[in-house]
Design a protein. Structure first.
Length: 290
């Protein structure tokens, strides 16, 4: 649904100009966090009377993270439950061979319905050898935004992941394309409208229609983004025409679900605050924080 405002109104024009300027800064900021987002693959089990499947399929996305030489994939519970018992695989999506990963999973709880607004967080502790190339991409504590947002500014956020529509596999090689869509955090009334906790979860706007170069177009469906990263661009302010000073990417959350516009409710993207994932690691591996 196209927002009900006149894009020719001088005040609206000024606001759109500020948003466009800050969005451009966010998209051009060094991808120090975005590079750690990976596609998650698995070879699904065949249904009854079907031949065994040999081709890996993309289920969603995940974020590589490390602390004290331990490596993790930060993702969602509903995604991992979808391929429970399957071999987890990931890769660069650039045609190289995918890597099979073994390990243990820490989760916030079983998800009965992925669209139920339940807390949806999983940390996969990798316990098999990881290639040095993947290790080099993993984020550290300094790449996380663990602080409360400054209500005086509206930072530009990037929702980043791998859409299933853009993924393909050939043998044990994967071809995927990581994408990032800019947005801003919604106001408090939208949290209340959806009944969502604004401490442990983050809502960013994701309307059915987006404005591109003065024209409205349909926004892409982010199927496959579950487990991807919600990236905050520090230094940007959607309400300001000033150039950002040394903008920097920080991981703010892990994407869990999308709600399309319905019953006069705006379209949104829900993410779990990264603090939840850190609390899971602390709960099961407290020695890493000593």
């Amino acid at each position: 649904m196209k927002p009900k405002f006149d894009i020719n109104n001088p005040i609206v024009k000024l606001g759109l100009e500020a948003l466009k300027k800050q969005t451009k800064i966010a998209l051009e900021t060094s991808q120090d966090v975005e590079k750690a987002i990976m596609p998650i693959y698995a070879i699904p089990k065949a249904k009854a009377h079907q031949k065994p499947k040999r081709k890996a399929e993309q289920f969603g996305s995940g974020v590589l993270f490390t602390i004290k030489e331990n490596y993790f994939i930060l993702s969602t519970t509903h995604l991992f439950e979808a391929f429970d018992g399957y071999a987890l695989q990931t890769g660069f999506g650039d045609g190289e061979q995918i890597e099979a990963l073994g390990g243990e999973r820490f989760s916030s709880g079983k998800i009965e319905n992925p669209y139920s607004n339940q807390l949806d967080a999983t940390v996969f502790h990798i316990q098999t050898e990881l290639s040095q190339k993947l290790k080099n991409l993993a984020l550290g504590m300094d790449d996380l935004d663990l602080e409360k947002d400054d209500k005086k500014t509206k930072s530009i956020y990037l929702a980043s992941g791998f859409r299933i529509k853009k993924s393909n596999t050939t043998g044990n090689q994967v071809y995927s394309k990581r994408e990032a869509f800019p947005s801003i955090q919604v106001d408090k009334d939208v949290y209340e409208m959806y009944g969502i906790d604004n401490i442990r979860q983050i809502i960013t706007s994701y309307e059915d229609d987006i404005l591109v170069n003065g024209h409205w177009q349909k926004s892409p469906k982010p199927k496959g983004f579950s487990g991807g990263g919600l990236i905050k661009t520090e230094g940007t302010d959607a309400l300001s025409l000033k150039s950002a000073a040394s903008p920097k990417q920080k991981l703010k959350g892990i994407i869990t679900e999308q709600h399309r516009e319905k019953n006069n409710k705006p379209g949104i993207l829900i993410s779990t605050n990264i603090n939840v994932h850190m609390s899971l690691i602390f709960r099961f591996m407290p020695e890493l924080f000593e």
